[in-house]
Structures are given as structure tokens and as C-alpha cells.
Ligand binder design. Structure first.
Ligand SMILES: NC(=O)c1ccc[n+]([C@@H]2O[C@H](COP(=O)([O-])OP(=O)(O)OC[C@H]3O[C@@H](n4cnc5c(N)ncnc54)[C@H](OP(=O)(O)O)[C@@H]3O)[C@@H](O)[C@H]2O)c1
Length: 243
């Protein structure tokens, strides 16, 4: 049984961690819709790779943080693949914003790209899940939501909001819909991330190595599949939170 035959929507699904989630769910037999905003070429490639697992797949362009775009995304997926069983809110925005130079636009971008993408996508899918009597949502937090970094304040705050909202949704949507969060540690660094910072992040894990997209994707699949888990925050961080 497991995830086979379910319909999953993954926001930010075109590349990197989102792509790993899309391919993990497709490999387990879920039909997958991947939402993307700007990365069309990557979205086309990820959709093609998902379809190679023999499942139905779909790519949906749109700003997941815009409530009307999120509602349209929900409609398109339901018309094409059927009722959505799972939402994985992987969309995110990340950049260094030292407190001395942080500007309003940084706050808006981080809150929009990290928090609003989760809030709006969850608001679009939750009523249908609740009405049908089942569904599961996975939010993407970050260990930095729990142990904030001083040079990434808006990012850390936006991810704390994601975790707070996921907990509240777990209460509000129970017992029909389960809501959980995954907290990745150092997995895929942005291409422009300074090497000394990534090495220092890795040193500050118990396992002394970075994770892989598949580690996160397997954790997402577990949270979607395990029918007795809701309101959980699962670090997949090589032990970073204990250091
Ligand atoms: N990478 C890590 O090691 C790590 C660690 C901790 C937490 N995380 C979290 O895990 C998630 C994925 O990380 P990542 O490194 O793979 O992210 P990433 O490379 O920065 O990609 C972010 C994705 O989010 C999408 N996105 C951003 N704003 C959007 C919007 N308004 N509407 C729709 N899509 C939007 C982007 O889509 P387009 O490219 O199509 O515009 C992109 O595919 C993020 O939430 C991140 O905060 C990652």
C-alpha cells in the first residue's frame, strides 16, 4: 500500500530538495504534481524523470505564496490528477542578510517565499482533504528555525513561522488531516555559499558530513505514510541540533 496511487503536490519541486522529494514519491508509486515558479527547464526535466516511474505527473507554474495562484494550482491538479492526498511545501528562499544591512525587501521576500508559500498552499488544499476525510501535509522548516543564525534573521524567523503554523494546522485540521514538518540540516548548500561556511556547518554536526536530498525525501515519505504521526517536527540534520 504505502504511497502507491496517491496524488501528491510538491511546491518548489523543480530542482534540488524539491526534485528529490518528487522523485522519491514517484518511485513509491504516487502521482506527482510539481509546482515551480521560475525554473521551467528544471521542472520539465523533473516531470519527465518522475513519469519514467510509470506514474502520472504534471508541472504547474505559479507563485505558491499567492493565495489565488495557489487556489488555481489546487484546481488544475485536481482536474488533471484527481483529489490531492498529500501536499509537500518545499518552496523556499534563502540568502544572507546581516542585521546591519537587512532591508524591508529581505523581510518581505523571506516571509513570502518561506511562510506564505506554505500558508497559501496549505489553505488551498486543506478544505478538500478535510471534506474527503483524509490527507497529509509536510512543511519544510530548518534547524535554523530552532537554533537561529545571526546573519540570517529574516530567514530564521520565517522558518519559525512555518513551524508554528504547522503545529497550529495539525490541531485545526485533525483528525482528518495530518500536518508535520521536516527540519533539514546542512544538505545542499546554495552554489554561492562560501566554502568555509559550509565546512564549518558540517563540522557542527555529530555525523561530520552533509546530508543528501534522498535523506530528506525519505523523511518526507515517512511523514506522509505514517498514519499515526501528526504535529511532529523531524530533524534530518546529522545531529546538528545536539551540537
Ligand atoms: N538545501 C538545504 O540544505 C536546506 C537546509 C535547510 C532547509 N532547507 C529548506 O528546504 C527547502 C528546499 O531547499 P532547496 O535548497 O532545495 O531550495 P532552493 O534551491 O533555494 O529552491 C527553492 C525552490 O523554491 C521555489 N520557490 C521559491 N519561491 C517560490 C514561490 N513563491 N512559489 C513557488 N515556488 C517558489 C523555487 O522555485 P523556482 O526555482 O521555480 O522559482 C525553488 O525551486 C526550502 O524550503 C529550504 O528552506 C534546505
Amino acid at each position: 500500500m504505502g504511497l502507491r496511487g496517491k496524488v501528491a503536490l510538491v511546491t518548489g519541486g523543480a530542482h534540488r530538495l524539491g526534485r528529490a522529494v518528487v522523485l522519491e514519491l514517484a518511485a513509491r508509486g504516487s502521482h506527482v504534481a510539481l509546482n515551480y515558479n521560475r525554473s521551467e527547464d528544471d521542472a520539465i526535466d523533473t516531470e519527465r524523470c518522475a513519469a519514467a516511474f510509470g506514474v502520472r505527473s504534471l508541472r504547474v507554474q505559479g507563485d505558491a505564496g499567492d493565495p489565488s495562484a495557489a487556489a488555481r494550482m489546487n484546481e488544475v491538479v485536481e482536474e488533471t490528477l484527481g483529489p490531492i492526498d498529500y501536499l509537500v511545501s518545499c518552496a523556499g528562499v534563502f540568502r544572507r542578510t546581516p542585521v546591519e544591512t537587512v532591508v524591508e525587501a529581505d523581510w518581505r521576500d523571506m516571509m513570502h517565499g518561506n511562510f506564505e508559500t506554505f500558508r497559501a498552499a496549505a489553505a488551498a488544499v486543506a478544505p478538500g482533504m478535510k471534506r474527503r476525510g483524509s490527507g497529509a501535509i509536510v512543511a519544510f522548516g530548518d534547524v535554523a528555525a530552532v537554533r537561529p543564525w545571526s546573519e540570517y534573521l529574516p530567514y530564521c524567523v520565517s522558518k519559525s513561522c512555518v513551524l508554528a503554523h504547522a503545529r497550529e494546522l495539525a490541531r485545526a485540521l485533525a483528525p482528518q488531516v495530518r500536518v508535520n514538518a521536516v527540519l533539514p540540516g546542512p544538505v545542499l548548500f546554495p552554489p554561492d555559499y562560501p566554502a568555509e561556511s559550509s565546512e564549518s556547518e558540517i563540522r557542527r554536526t555529530l555525523l561530520k558530513r552533509r546530508g543528501h536530498g534522498e535523506d530528506i525525501a525519505r523523511a518526507v515519505a515517512y511523514l506522509l505514510d505514517n498514519d499515526y504521526v501528526t504535529g511532529a517536527e523531524l530533524p534530518v540534520d546529522g545531529g546538528r541540533l545536539l551540537v
